[in-house]
Design a protein around this ligand. Structure first.
Ligand code: FPP
Length: 243
């Protein structure tokens, strides 16, 4: 049975999730790290589903950073195969997603991913492009600094082509060339696992984001925890530098 939805006075338009703590979750149970990622992937699907039912317009999940290639090949392969399984699942759930208006996007540098994976990613993005109720973005081979670098390269190309002049460049000219493109900046960033940092996630976009930390490990993050984040968010006053 579907969980009853909690009511909130205000909801963040965009939430970013740093899915951390999978390895520790597995270690605490004497399991291989990959078992933690399997559970983490289940949590991701559950939270994406619950968030979309609550009416959250954008959710961005940090699945694999530009630094994560330093992990053992077996672990990298496991994360990539869980990601591929998710893409497969999304395509099988197409009808349900269509009803819910879910769009799926990917943020990050695709050049290091397999061509097979890139083809499915392109397909999923094209299939869901016209959905506008909830956008689920998966950051894969993503780094906040790499995002800015990629955007700056685009900007320089546009300056060289005479589309823009250096003196006229605005913050928005940079924002719209990032992987997040026309998406609003995150209102709230949620990081479980007891670490108090952003780890190169949405570096430019998080300038005014509210931050929510917790000791819980990502595989144990659940609907009640998301409710707790949202209750907390309701109480925060966002002034964007004003008074
Ligand atoms: C961080 O925990 C988690 C990751 C680097 C991978 C996250 C991947 C998934 C949740 C599954 C695949 C993704 C999708 C979209 C299906 P950690 O391993 O650094 O944990 P630790 O800090 O406890 O070691």
């Amino acid at each position: 049975m579907e969980r009853e939805l909690t009511r909130f006075e205000t909801l963040p338009t965009h939430i970013g999730f740093i899915m951390d703590g999978n390895g520790r979750w597995a270690k605490q149970r004497g399991l291989a790290r990959s078992a933690g990622h399997v559970e983490g992937a289940k949590t991701f699907k559950r939270i994406a589903d619950y968030g979309s039912r609550l009416g959250i317009r954008y959710m961005t999940f940090y699945a694999f950073s530009t630094e994560n290639w330093k992990r053992p090949a077996q672990e990298v392969d496991k994360i990539m195969s869980l990601f591929a399984e998710y893409l497969d699942w999304i395509l099988h759930k197409r009808q349900e997603n269509e009803l819910r208006g879910v769009r799926v996007r990917f943020l990050g540098d695709r050049s290091k991913l397999s061509q097979e994976l890139i083809d499915v990613m392109d397909y999923v993005e094209a299939e869901t492009r016209d959905k506008d109720k909830c956008t689920i973005s998966i950051a894969i081979n993503y780094g906040g600094r790499d995002d800015v670098l990629h955007g700056v390269r685009q900007l320089l190309r546009d300056v060289e082509a005479g589309i823009l002049s250096a003196d006229d460049i605005t913050e928005n000219d940079i924002s719209k060339r990032l992987y997040t493109g026309d998406m609003p900046d995150p209102d709230l960033i949620v990081r479980p696992s007891g670490e108090y940092r952003l780890s190169n996630f949405l570096t430019w976009q998080s300038a005014y984001s509210e931050l929510w930390f917790s000791d819980v490990l990502w595989p144990d993050f659940d609907e009640d925890m998301l409710d707790a984040c949202l209750r907390d968010y309701e109480k925060r006053q966002r002034r964007f530098g004003g008074v």
